[in-house]
Write a protein that binds this ligand. Structure first.
Ligand code: PLP
Length: 497
């Protein structure tokens, strides 16, 4: 970048330190950067003398001021030191080896850089895009109809909240979350979800993902065994893996988690993570008898139940099914909810309903993890709920999603041309289809992505191999008009295999 070659000069520094007077970067910055790079790359070593500012300015053919400024900065940052009578030199305090070895070089004698054995499995973009991709195409999973969100009302509340900002709102706030929002959530959960709770048990978190993380850190140790539904929610498995827990896959059948198999496989598991209202991804509703079985198991074995109630507001054939937590009389259930589906996912707000005697434990972990949740959008959501927009929005979306779901079911029947077994269409924002023999769901999902269909392979939700092949199809963010076209594209992909 230093285009202007300087003639060789007595100090020997100018070939290293070059400047370009036509460059946009100020001269003092160029001199500073050039010295710093030379030191980091060891062209200049500790204790090495550097020329006086006057000499260097002369050699570079520039005024002394930028050189003076650069030297002052290098002295202030500790790259240079100056001793009375001895001039300025590269600091003697700098470590010998400053520059890292090239990334790819496995230098002999270099220690490997250790990372945790409990690292979460590295997700490929292919696996996470259908989940996090946003509205980029039909079928993306768990994405609400954001174009139907009452953005005007929301913006008004945001603006009002901006006007409410006071000095007091800038301090650290309650690590459990704002009282207003916790009260609004507790009241909503008691009436709409049959959850037995008070506001003091509600902790606001940044979505279900953080809820599972905090819950894991409170309840589980490294090596703890956890029942997970098979197929199940991969993002939760990853949290357990990250924390060194051992996932015990327990099959799901038409009644939900097969508790008897779980007891056979691992009777003393420390916890079970379940999605009883709308099993993820198969969409089964856990039967009453399984609910009671899993509770009884937890009482007998001293285990915990983590209930992930992520999209239960949307049920199309009957009223929403009350939570498992509401049946619990032994304070065994930790209940997790999210605003990602009922409002929007980038909000990153969710909540945990904690058994009362564990609130302090959760609080200790929470404060350690991130001190507390940001307050601004908590207040906006509290207003949104208190003023009735929340329940109105859910009611509207329930009707909209019901229509979209019906359109998808109809189109799968009429347009797909491949017999598939549809599961989980009674509730939620997605359904799944199992494919006949011979289809490989990963390949189909990859090809579908090229056609802007954001579906996910069902086998990705299984731990076991070989796993059933199928597709998870979100319908909530795809308009009824778009659905037949999207299904026909899927048909072409299936037929061209
Ligand atoms: C089973 C399940 N739980 C929870 C969530 C929501 O996660 P979050 O609240 O972290 O956005 C999803 C989203 O798709 C999900 O499928």
């Amino acid at each position: 970048m230093f285009r202007r070659q300087m003639k060789k000069t007595p100090s020997g520094i100018a070939p290293i330190i070059r400047v370009d007077r036509r460059a946009r970067e100020p001269l003092h910055r160029q001199v500073y950067n050039a010295f710093r790079s030379a030191i980091v790359e060891r062209a200049l070593r500790p204790n090495e003398r550097v020329p006086s500012t006057r000499t260097l300015a002369g050699e570079l053919g520039i005024s002394r001021i930028p050189v003076l400024n650069a030297y002052a900065q290098l002295l202030a940052e500790g790259y240079f030191e100056s001793r009375r009578g001895a001039g300025t030199s590269v600091s003697s305090m700098l470590p010998d080896q400053v520059a890292p070895p090239p990334r790819s070089a496995a230098l002999p004698g270099m220690m490997p850089r250790p990372i945790s054995r409990h690292c979460a499995p590295l997700p490929s973009m292919q696996t996470i895009l259908p989940w996090l991709g946003g509205r980029r195409g039909a079928f993306s999973i768990g994405q609400p109809a954001l174009d139907q969100f009452p953005l005007k009302i929301w913006s008004r509340l945001v603006v009002r909240q901006c006007g409410n900002q006071r000095l007091a709102s800038m301090y650290y706030s309650d690590p459990m979350g704002t009282t207003d929002l916790r009260e609004a959530i507790a009241s909503y959960l008691r009436t709409a979800r049959g959850v037995r709770c008070e506001a003091e048990q509600v902790m606001i978190v940044s979505g279900s993902q953080q809820a599972v993380e905090i819950t894991t850190r409170v309840l589980l140790d490294r090596g703890s065994r956890v029942w997970m539904e098979e197929p199940g929610y991969r993002f939760a498995w990853n949290v357990f893996a990250l924390n060194g827990c051992k996932v015990v896959p327990v099959p799901v059948d038409a009644e939900g988690l097969n508790v008897a198999v779980g007891i056979k496989r691992c009777p003393k598991a420390r916890a079970a993570l379940v999605t009883p209202s709308h099993q993820f991804p198969l969409g089964v509703t856990m039967s009453a008898s399984r609910r009671l079985q899993v509770l009884e198991w937890s009482y007998r074995s001293g285990s915990w139940i983590i209930e992930d109630d992520y999209d239960s507001e949307f049920r199309y054939e009957s009223l929403p099914i009350a939570s498992l937590q509401g049946l619990d009389r032994g304070s065994r259930v930790v209940y997790i909810g999210t605003f990602s589906k009922v409002l929007f996912p980038s909000l990153r707000l969710g909540y945990i309903v904690i058994p009362l005697d564990l609130v302090d434990r959760f609080l200790a972990v929470r404060v350690t993890v991130d001190i507390g949740p940001p307050t601004f959008f908590q207040s906006v959501v509290a207003d949104f709920m208190r003023e009735g927009h929340f329940s109105r929005h859910i009611r509207r979306m329930r009707l909209l999603y019901r229509d979209r779901r019906s359109a998808l079911l109809k189109s799968l029947e009429n347009d797909l041309g491949v017999p598939v077994d549809v599961k989980g269409e009674e509730a939620g924002l997605h359904l799944s289809v199992t494919l006949p023999r011979g289809f490989r769901d990963h390949e189909i999902a990859e090809r579908a992505l090229q056609e802007r269909l954001w579906l996910a392979p069902l086998s990705g939700s299984y731990l076991k191999h070989p796993s059933p092949q199928g597709l998870i199809l979100g319908f909530s963010n795809t308009s009824t008009a778009e659905i037949p076209g999207a299904v026909r594209k899927l048909r072409d992909i299936l037929h061209s295999r």
